[in-house]
Ligand binder design. Structure first.
Ligand SMILES: Nc1nc2c(ncn2[C@@H]2O[C@H](COP(=O)(O)OP(=O)(O)O)[C@@H](O)[C@H]2O)c(=O)[nH]1
Ligand SMILES: [Mg+2]
Length: 161
């Protein structure tokens, strides 16, 4: 290789992982994903139609990991589109808005939708779930306490799966 040429990645060393976002419409799913993948924040609300897509790369121990994020539309209308994207998921970002208690309580039904779409033989044991409390700038009207989040993670997730 010529001196000064950028080193090319070895083919086959790149891993891909699939992550999906779940949560009610307008809780901020698309903003979180755009911020993470494109380092920008969108203050205007642009409703996701069906599915949006974000991609970024991370490096773990020099190994390139391509993170493919499928950003689901939260509106019930898009159920038929969403249900195509649940399978082969390795990571889930569950998002709620700290100022909208309903959006926290809805996380259960998002998990139930996923479970239903994966069917009786779908295995959720190896999927990593992350709960993301968004719009913390509205923290003074926060309706969901940290204790409740712990309860959801410990009891409800364990009971469901
Ligand atoms: N105050 C505040 N607004 C936010 C935050 N994140 C997103 N938003 C706004 O909330 C609205 C909905 O965001 P969006 O990401 O499209 O929601 P989605 O429907 O869950 O994908 C947009 O107007 C965003 O600018 C946040 O952390 N704080
Ligand atoms: Mg969206």
């Amino acid at each position: 290789m010529e001196a000064g040429m950028p080193k090319r990645k070895e083919p086959g060393r790149s891993l891909r992982i699939k992550v999906i976002s779940m949560g009610n419409a307008e809780v901020g799913k698309s903003c979180i994903i755009k911020r993470y993948c494109e380092k920008r924040f969108v203050s205007k609300y642009l409703a996701t139609i069906g599915i949006d897509y974000g991609v970024t790369k991370v490096y773990i121990k020099d190994r390139e990991i391509k993170v493919n994020i499928f950003d689901m539309a939260g509106h019930p209308f898009f159920y038929e589109v969403r249900n195509e994207f649940y399978k082969d998921t390795q990571g889930v970002i569950l998002v709620y808005d700290v100022s909208q208690k309903d959006s926290f309580e809805a996380l259960d039904s998002w998990l139930a939708e996923m479970k239903q779409e994966l069917g009786p033989h779908g295995n959720m044991d190896n999927i990593i779930f992350t709960v993301c409390a968004n719009k913390c700038s509205k923290v003074q009207i926060q309706n969901v306490t940290q204790g409740k989040v712990v309860l959801l993670l410990k009891d409800r997730l364990a009971a469901l799966y």
